[in-house]
Design a protein around this ligand. Sequence first.
Ligand SMILES: O=P(O)(O)OC[C@H]1O[C@H](O[C@H]2O[C@H](CO)[C@@H](O)[C@H](O)[C@H]2O)[C@H](O)[C@@H](O)[C@@H]1O
Ligand SMILES: O=c1ccn([C@@H]2O[C@H](COP(=O)(O)OP(=O)(O)O)[C@@H](O)[C@H]2O)c(=O)[nH]1
Length: 480
Amino acid sequence: MAVTESQPQPGATPTGDYDFIVVSNRLSVDRVVVDGESDWRRSPGGLVTALAPVMAQADGAWVGWNGAVDEPLDEFDHSGMHLVPVDLSQQEVELYYEGFANATLWPLYHDVIAPPEFHRTWWDAYRRVNRRFAEASAKAAAEGATVWVQDYQLQLVPAMLRQLRPDLRIGFFNHIPFPPLEIYAQLPWRQQVLEGLVGADLIGFQRPGDAQNFTRCVRRFLGTASRQGIFTVTDEDGSERRVEARSFPIAIDAQHIAELAADPDVIERARQIRHELGDPTTVLLGVDRLDYTKGIPHRLKAFGELLEDQRVSVEDCTLVQVASPSRERVEHYKTLREEVESTVGRINGTFDTLEKTAIRYLHQSYPVEEMVALYLAADVLLVTALRDGMNLVAKEYVAARTRNSGVLVLSEFTGAAEQLRQALLVNTHDIDGVKNAIVRAIHMEPREAARRMRAMRKQVLDHDVQRWSTDFLSALQEQR
Ligand SMILES: O=P(O)(O)OC[C@H]1O[C@H](O[C@H]2O[C@H](CO)[C@@H](O)[C@H](O)[C@H]2O)[C@H](O)[C@@H](O)[C@@H]1O
Ligand SMILES: O=c1ccn([C@@H]2O[C@H](COP(=O)(O)OP(=O)(O)O)[C@@H](O)[C@H]2O)c(=O)[nH]1
């Protein structure tokens, strides 16, 4: 299978020192400037949550963007991990990250909730930046190393890397959904992206349905037949290679979350949070990046209507909504923020009393200890995504509920819904259905809640993130 550009010759790249490499758009930490001083802050999102504990235990290197603009940095160690920064210019952040990754691929792969934009200049930047990641990985990898490429920002890296370093074993994991053929077909560069991906030996997805969508696209747009997710591709040198696509649902460091939930300081903080909220009978919680895929407006609409219908009241029920800042320069994210903030203002303006508030809205990012305190303080977690690769927040809530109390209301359109079957599953578009699920959650008998939570906790604790990475990497070793 041909890769579309002319490439450096194999063997021209010197080999590096690392036998295991993870490559992702972001490193575990972002470069930030606080009071004129440069510092590191944990990167946002579930990809880093999942990979940080894996990398902390692995003897390897993590190749990724350092979050800064036009600031080339040397390799360094942080929190027990060896980090290899890839530099991006201001223009590349705009064209590759905000543009092709987050205004073309992200909406296309999430059910076109927002219309994707197709611009050739964005695609050119995507190719250029993917090449830089491939070169940085090739440079860091020892002879015969395993390289695990992550997510939609880097779909061309597997084939580019294989061309530079045919000796490597290459895995790819897609953290977001892979769309149905009928939607994927819109992408003007649909063939090149698939050619990039099949450079990997093993391609992992969150759900079996994502792997099936991908396999169908490969069959249609690359003309490669497959059997049960396994297909044979022919590389540029004429040699044949076996490639497999299958699902490996991502997980969390469940033990760590459960340990934090048992920490007396965290328990005390949870008590304090409820107290600061006025000790309501019920605390509802939503935690999301401020992203249009997360269904925050639908959740607010359902809650606002419940207040209006007097099925809940501010006297005894508060919704805490953490909406952590995300991709703030991308147009759809700006519009979403305005919509969410005006809705919160309208609901609070209508229903608040001098003592009580309907919605406590927090446009902030919190450390994991505070997240776990929030999970402990919440009687009900609301996850109402319109489409979500996994949603680790749902799994974290379950892991934190060490006493088997609490109810999870979970959108059917998350990867997590395939594993957390005992949640109250909702179709986010069905506002009446969401309202009924919230009321049912508020009034659920403790015995029923405990039965459901126990089953979900078993799932989450039995399938932790170390198991996820071991499953993927063992399957990768078995390839060829
Ligand atoms: O890096 P950003 O642009 O700030 O975005 C943060 C991350 O968002 C996405 O997370 C996904 O991965 C999670 C873990 O597998 C999954 O639970 C969630 O459903 C996904 O949306 C994105 O895929 C990451 O690349 C970003 O780093
Ligand atoms: O203020 C916050 C908000 C979120 N998170 C973490 O961000 C991750 C979000 O992952 P998820 O898979 O739910 O969604 P994503 O943001 O990756 O789409 C979870 O580990 C959260 O605990 C956090 O640490 N602080």
